[in-house]
Ligand binder design. Sequence first.
Ligand code: PEP
Ligand code: MG
Length: 328
Amino acid sequence: KQAAYAKLRDVEPFTRCGTRIQVMMNAGLRDDISALALTGADGVGLFRTEFQFLVSATLPQRERQLKLYRDVLDAAGDKPVVFRTVDIGGDKAVPYLASEIARNDENPAMGWRALRLALTREGLMKAQARSLLEAAAGRSLHVMFPMVSEVWEFDAAKQVFEEQLAFLRAKKKMVPEQVHYGAMLEVPALAEVLDLLLPRLSFISVGTNDLTQFLFAADRANPALAQRYDWLSVAIMRFMRRLVQATVGSNVEIGVCGEMGGRRLEALALLGIGFRRLSITPAAVGPIKELVRKVDLAEIEAAMTGWLSDPSVNLRDELSQWASDREI
Ligand code: PEP
Ligand code: MG
């Protein structure tokens, strides 16, 4: 695996027409960060902080969180790391909260999870905010919130960070040079109020694993539904194209951090609807960088525009033919 990573490490993801695409990687453990250097990824576009919570028998205390985040930032060096605040609940049950979650959740994916849980468990959110702010003292902190459904939730989460920041300043502690706030777009309702959200943040990351399960009302963890929809459906692509278009003219960066970005045809489609930043599984970084170099953006954009104007099109077949015609 290391040899395969190394071969493509120095490939720079410029498209044939000369646009630099950001190819970042997803991670969740301290040890994952070594893949940054091995793959040549541009940074960690999604660090799933809940991994530490999932492998722990008790709620990880502040000191342990601080150590992990600091180690991750040290290991990443100059490359940015986007920390996602805890996304527990749903399919990611933790023993010390299991009974609370189970009591209320017949439908865990749509239940008391992620930011909803963090905002009601204020101590948990505060401890995480403080740990992240302290870990990033003197450097940049990128933080994003999962499962934001309404603008007030983003505001409330950001406020927890701002309060902790003020606390640290009052204590004359060193704080981050900059804090960049972002939201994951996983809940379709948020897309309808993007105009309100955009002035409040610096980036959006589309979590297509959850977004697509909500768009199709199809549980992502249920194998019986795996064949019932395709990430490459006209509906999903039209929806996501609107997200990109909504950010045009703003200073907000938009990317995708769901698994689909690491797959060949899906990555092509995402480039074709305007995405310029993907955060993907480390094993896919090399292959996707290579793919990017073979793509002419104007060409794939024109093709996608045509296909998306016809809902009867089978996008997977079209993309597959398009790619093989060009030996991509
Ligand atoms: C997603 O939902 O697409 C995502 C990246 O988050 P997770 O898979 O951790 O829910
Ligand atoms: Mg998600």
